[in-house]
Design a protein around this ligand. Structure first.
Ligand code: HEM
Length: 90
């Protein structure tokens, strides 16, 4: 359940940009996914999916393929939920 998930701040998300050996994380609807294992299999190419690395990818994603069920596809890749910048300090 959601309680076992890591709390991820916007600055932590930004650090996971898929560059220099770092994993590529993307946020969708408040949930954070490690998309790294999927990147080589993305039908739209690696470059396209990497545009959302370290970011909230919802807008880009929905501009291109709103019919794709990412929630279902990336279920096993979920790492956490987005929280505000100060939330992990509490
Ligand atoms: C195609 C999944 C992120 C750009 C596809 C397709 C899937 C997919 C299943 C095939 C769709 C179809 O044929 O109906 C995903 C998943 C993503 C993701 C799971 C997130 C983790 C992105 C992002 C972009 C993007 C962020 C753009 C910035 C594209 C493009 C195609 C495509 C351009 C079309 C390729 C073509 O038909 O020639 N993606 N995608 N995708 N995706 Fe993604």
């Amino acid at each position: 359940g959601v309680s076992s998930l890591q709390r991820v701040t916007p600055s932590q998300l930004k650090q996971h940009n898929g560059r220099k050996g770092k994993p590529a994380w993307s946020a969708y609807q408040g949930k954070v996914y490690n998309v790294t294992p999927y990147v080589p299999f993305h039908p739209g190419g690696e470059g396209e999916i990497r545009r959302a690395a370290g970011k909230d990818g919802e807008k880009l994603f929905n501009e291109v393929h709103p019919w794709v069920n990412w929630d279902n596809m990336l279920e096993s890749c979920i790492v956490g939920i987005m929280v505000g910048e100060a939330e992990t300090l509490k």
